[in-house]
Design a binder for this molecule. Sequence first.
Ligand code: PLP
Length: 383
Amino acid sequence: MKTVYFDNNATTRVADEVFDAMVPFFRELYGNPSSMHTFGSQVATKLNAAREQVADCIGAKPEEIVFTSCGTESNNTAVQGTLKAQKDKKHIITTKVEHPAILNLCKHLAKRGYDVTELSVDASGMIDIAELESSIRDDTALITVMFANNETGVLFPVEEVGRVAKEKGVAFHCDAIQAIGKVPINLAESSIDLLSISGHKLHAPKGVGVLYIRKGVRLSPLLLGGHQERGRRAGTENVPYIIGMGKACELAKGMINEEQTSVRSLRDRLEEGVLKNVEKVKLNGHKEKRLPNTSNLSFEYIEGESILLLLSQAGIAASSGSACTSGSLEPSHVLSAMGVDAITAQGSLRFSLSKYNKEDEVDYLIEKIPPIVEKLRKMSPFC
Ligand code: PLP
């Protein structure tokens, strides 16, 4: 059976070039980069080269790059580390549509005495800078706002957020885990203080992340122990994965135009094909200000989960926006925040593409989905 993967916002396949770059670090180059001998020093040199590749991809300086185990750890280090460094400030600003790696952390902090403001979004999933400005207080320690939404792909005006944060002297963390490799990021010309990225969203393996910490930003480490990563993240570095992350960033930098052209045109072909061939389908999220690879569509009167199941039987993998990560049938917090009603939200599907997708795969989906929707609508109590 033909298999098609349209769930690249969940995770991506490791690029061959990334895998090949990693292999020697399991066998020949296995030294600890902190060791003084040759085994260690030759690995330390490669580790620094990977740091340069990551820095180069996002317009940062190598010493501003800290390797972590995943995006969630990067987010936790940024948020908790910034708060620990400013003990007198107890207010955090975030948005209603962040990933659980931020939202659940903020909920946890709210139980421990922090006051959390969650900015609302409009029907297109966009935040309002005026609401951000009026939410800032004397005791605001941190603004944490994502670059791109994982469910809808909506791109937030992070440069404006950064400008406001800078004017008010508040630290700004940005979860760019979905943005990296899909839209250009240039921190040299930005007011972002802290930025999280994750390997498995850009064709590096799962289990490696990066936290960018702008020079001069105060941050207490989350993990205490050895002096790795200049004392900002203790623990022996996951060298093979870091090498993979460096290679993936180098490839992503070279591919950014392709994301904007060929991946975007495949996504548009998919979206147009589905909208043309299936009735009563609605796009969720801002049509223009969004990632080039993501399409979030609501199919009226049926549950996204049921479509997913039948698509999966046809070999097509996508993702449902209706179920939250716990697997319950709660409507997505992102779509709810956008004012999408519960039934429409439960009929949503996310298709997320990558450079590995091909036109015939998109056409296969466009062929398979109309009869699936028709079959389910015939069984729907809402029709
Ligand atoms: N933030 C966003 C926006 C995400 O999409 C994800 C993963 O889906 C995460 C954070 C968590 O990243 P990781 O899986 O590397 O911990």
